[in-house]
Ligand binder design. Structure first.
Ligand SMILES: [Zn+2]
Length: 378
């Protein structure tokens, strides 16, 4: 896994989408109408060339990391510093918060959710999650900053009103083992740290959920343990997804947003099929909410986050939002944060983007909470 390449079609008989159906074991970073950005070995890229695609090597991974990853780690949370700061938030406002250990990772790290609300059991409840994928560090920071703001401004309108009737739950780091590995060993690590039967490491937590789990075998949802999107041996085989399963099963959230990076997208179900969700009302509700989020996000710093059905990016079976919507009917979104392209850093977001990324996502997150509160009050 050492090269980053741009792949384009050589003609109408070679549609780009076909690359995403060939079981090559490549790591798909970016999908745009006219090109793909992939990470792969020389042999994998050669095979794509031989199949008739135009493959342009952009950079080797080491050079990419040296350009973008220098000195950034201290400005992002580690599992330990996140725990510390979540504890501080909980201790600062014990009357409205509760720090809950949802479960433990493969390596025994606690997975935390901060419950924020005036009383235990208030409804509705909204869940924000981050960092299913280890290398997507900004996906920890945005939900963490959301929790921080809700706690610190809990007495101000409109937050005070929300917390009176309902609860906001924030779990900023679902995959702490992978995140630590990404900090200490391999910046571009994606999966958890399961040791697989074939000796390879990692299951993709965002392919391990139990709705339409394992029905695909493609590079973006793979049955091969060493692949970046390995779905695992069975649905909910991983303690990280079990923790989310148990929390969602128990709390019955009215809305779920899960943060990822990168590409600046707002994705809604389905991921497992190109077909739209059959319930017209749900479909229109989610498409409408995504559209509104786009407008709100763009209004802050002018960044465009494109709303679309998840499968329009690439096919995925067993992802979080297919499961939360498919099993419980919860309006569910995957927000792919900054940057938009590989050229802007890809997974390595310069730390001076942390705050602006949160700022632009704040009104969309707030609107989500507000809308779902109104739905349930009505
Ligand atoms: Zn991701």
């Amino acid at each position: 896994m050492s090269l980053i390449a741009k792949v384009t079609s050589s003609g109408p008989q070679k549609p780009l989408g076909d690359v995403l159906r060939v079981p090559l074991g490549i790591d798909v970073w970016e999908v745009k109408p006219d090109h793909l950005i992939l990470r792969g070995t020389e042999a994998q890229l050669d095979r794509l060339s031989r199949m008739g695609y135009l493959v342009e090597q952009l950079e080797d991974v080491a050079r990419h990391l040296s350009t973008f990853a220098a000195e950034a780690a201290e400005q992002y949370h580690s599992a330990a510093s996140l725990e510390e700061e979540l504890r501080q938030l909980a201790e600062a406002k014990p009357d409205i918060t509760q720090l809950i250990e949802m479960g433990r990772s493969i390596e025994g790290r606690p997975i935390f959710a901060l419950r924020i609300g005036d009383r235990r059991g208030g409804v509705p409840k909204i869940l924000f999650m981050g960092c299913h994928h280890a290398r997507e560090w900004i996906a920890v920071e945005v939900p963490f900053l959301l929790a921080k703001e809700l706690v610190e401004r809990a007495d101000e309108a409109p937050i005070a009103g929300w917390l009176t009737s309902g609860e906001v739950w924030v779990a900023p780091m679902v995959n702490p083992d992978g995140h630590e590995y990404s900090r200490a060993q391999e910046r571009l690590w994606r999966k958890n740290r399961r040791r697989n039967d074939d000796g390879s490491f990692g299951v993709d937590p965002n392919r391990n959920y139990g709705y339409m789990w394992g029905i695909l075998d493609v590079p973006t949802s793979s049955q091969v343990p060493s692949d970046e999107t390995y779905v695992g041996p069975r649905a909910f085989s991983e303690p990280e997804t079990q923790a989310v399963r148990d929390l969602v099963g128990c709390e019955r959230f009215a809305g779920v947003i899960t943060y990822h990076s990168y590409s600046q997208l707002i994705l809604y179900p389905w991921g497992y099929t190109d077909k739209p969700i059959p319930d017209v009302q749900h479909r229109e509700q989610m498409a409408g909410m995504a559209q509104e989020m786009q407008t709100l996000i763009q209004g802050v710093h002018g960044k465009i986050y494109v709303p679309q059905q998840s499968s329009a990016l690439y096919p995925t079976a067993g992802d979080t939002t297919d499961w939360t919507y498919g099993t419980y009917g919860i309006p569910s979104f995957t927000v792919e944060l900054r940057p938009r392209t590989f050229q802007e850093g890809g997974f390595i977001l310069p730390p001076d983007h942390i705050l602006p990324t949160w700022e632009e996502n704040r009104p969309a997150a707030f609107r989500f909470v507000e809308q779902l509160l109104a739905v349930s009050v009505a």
